[in-house]
Ligand binder design. Structure first.
Ligand SMILES: Nc1ncnc2c1ncn2[C@@H]1O[C@H](COP(=O)(O)OP(=O)(O)OP(=O)(O)O)[C@@H](O)[C@H]1O
Ligand SMILES: O=C(O)[C@H](O)COP(=O)(O)O
Length: 397
């Protein structure tokens, strides 16, 4: 990110500063924020702008509203406004829309050091279409555009990319800078040994990540349901475990490539299984690489966890994305939390890709023990795939 400036390079005093944040946070039935990590992660940028006498306009999406009337209630940013106000200990005004006369007036009335949060940008379908007219209208509200929405940087939408060319000045926020620094370090100059742990449901979601990491990591440890596709590709029985039959050939190719490049590619050597994926099902530890016909693998076994833990502790760089098992249910969560604990015990550069693995680290109370926990799910994966993210690309030059 050498030629991308951050907002501290600009004079913000008295200016209308539009900060694109990612307040796409989980809510409970009562509409309360259940995980405010993304809101807290945006605070350094917001606080800096406020301290430097900016008039702060925040824009975000929440969920994927489809234009139904009830969506207004379900996807309002009100819970995020409430939480942000508690964190900042100051008023956060929620506009009733993101464009239009009411919003223009609210911006006109905004004083230095005050915050206005626009209503969910995706209430306008033009946002996701990266519509030029909508981008221009958003841009007309501001003098400066700051992108700090790392979680949405892989989307080329009006507020994440389109507006950039219609504002006088633009800059990255501190969160985007931190994300790009850590994830970039993993990709371009990892200290070796570099160990990557990849889990989650499907091989198909992680192919490009695996392929890119094959050229960089010394060791790749596989867990989660995708491990069974790899084991099956080696002609092992995996019982009733989830297998992507149409990806077996691809899994074989990945195994061959790893061998050819001398990358250690580790698969589970034992498993925690059950007859069905239920919390109440009988927990069976299978002390073998193969799984009997009546059982399905739901977590990596204790021996596997021990091997992965040793690799993590010996590494200087560790990147982890994707749970090691069906961790939402307690009987199958030990592998995922065990990996999180091993990373917490490591002295290396430990980076957790967003999504489920970040949620597990948060649940385990280990966030502070990691060097970096990404706020991006899809965005961090695309970054690690080696792709250029549109929301970051427009900040260049
Ligand atoms: N052995 C397994 N059997 C069934 N489900 C599993 C198994 N291992 C992992 N899962 C499930 O896979 C899901 C996570 O898969 P996914 O590929 O979406 O991971 P991710 O990349 O971390 O997610 P995100 O997209 O949120 O970043 C979790 O709900 C987890 O419970
Ligand atoms: O949660 C995310 O990954 C981002 O906020 C992007 O959301 P989206 O997948 O709905 O575009």
């Amino acid at each position: 990110m050498a030629d991308i400036k951050t907002l501290d390079a600009l004079d913000l005093a008295g200016k209308r500063v539009f900060i694109r944040v990612d307040f796409n946070v989980p809510l409970d039935e009562q509409g309360r924020v259940t995980d405010d990590a993304r809101i807290r992660a945006a605070v350094p940028t917001i606080a800096y702008a406020l301290d430097h006498r900016a008039k702060v306009i925040l824009g975000s999406h929440l969920g994927r509203p489809k234009g139904k009337p009830e969506d207004r209630q379900k996807y309002t940013l009100e819970p995020a406004a409430t939480r942000l106000a508690e964190i900042l200990k100051k008023d956060v005004t929620l506009a009733d829309d993101s464009i239009g006369d009411g919003v223009k007036k609210a911006v006109k009335d905004l004083g230095e050091g005050e915050v206005l949060l626009l209503e969910n940008l995706r209430f306008h379908p033009e946002e996701e279409k990266n519509d030029e007219g909508y981008a221009r209208e958003l841009a007309s509200l501001a003098d400066v555009w700051v992108n700090d929405a790392f979680g949405t940087a892989h989307r080329a939408h009006a507020s994440t990319a389109g507006m950039a060319k219609f504002v006088k000045e633009k800059a990255a926020g501190f969160l985007i800078k931190k994300e790009v620094d850590f994830l970039g370090r993993v990709l371009t100059r990892p200290a070796h040994p570099f160990v990557a742990l990849l889990g989650g449901a499907k091989v198909s979601d992680k192919i490009k990540v695996i392929e890119n990491l094959l050229g960089k990591a010394d060791c790749i440890c596989i867990g989660g349901a995708m491990a069974y596709t790899f084991l099956r590709a080696q002609e092992l029985e995996v019982g009733k475990s989830r297998v992507e039959e149409d990806k077996l050939e691809l899994a074989r190719q990945i195994l061959d490539k790893a061998r050819a490049r001398g990358v250690e590619f580790l698969l589970p050597v034992d498993h925690v299984c059950a007859e069905e994926p239920k919390e109440t099902a009988k927990r069976v530890v299978v002390n073998d690489r193969a799984i009997p016909p009546a059982l399905m693998g739901l977590d990596i076994g204790p021996k596997t966890l021990d091997v992965y833990r040793q690799r993590i502790l010996a590494a200087k760089t560790v990147f982890w994305n994707g749970p090691m098992g069906l961790f939402e249910q307690k009987p199958w969560a030990e592998g995922t939390f065990g990996v999180a604990r091993a990373m917490a015990d490591s002295d290396g550069v430990t980076v957790v890709g967003g999504g489920d693995s970040a949620a597990a680290v948060e649940e385990a109370g280990l966030v502070a023990k990691m060097k970096h926990v990404s706020t991006g799910g899809g965005a961090s994966l695309e970054f690690i795939e080696g792709r250029v993210l549109p929301g970051i690309q427009v900040l260049e030059g």
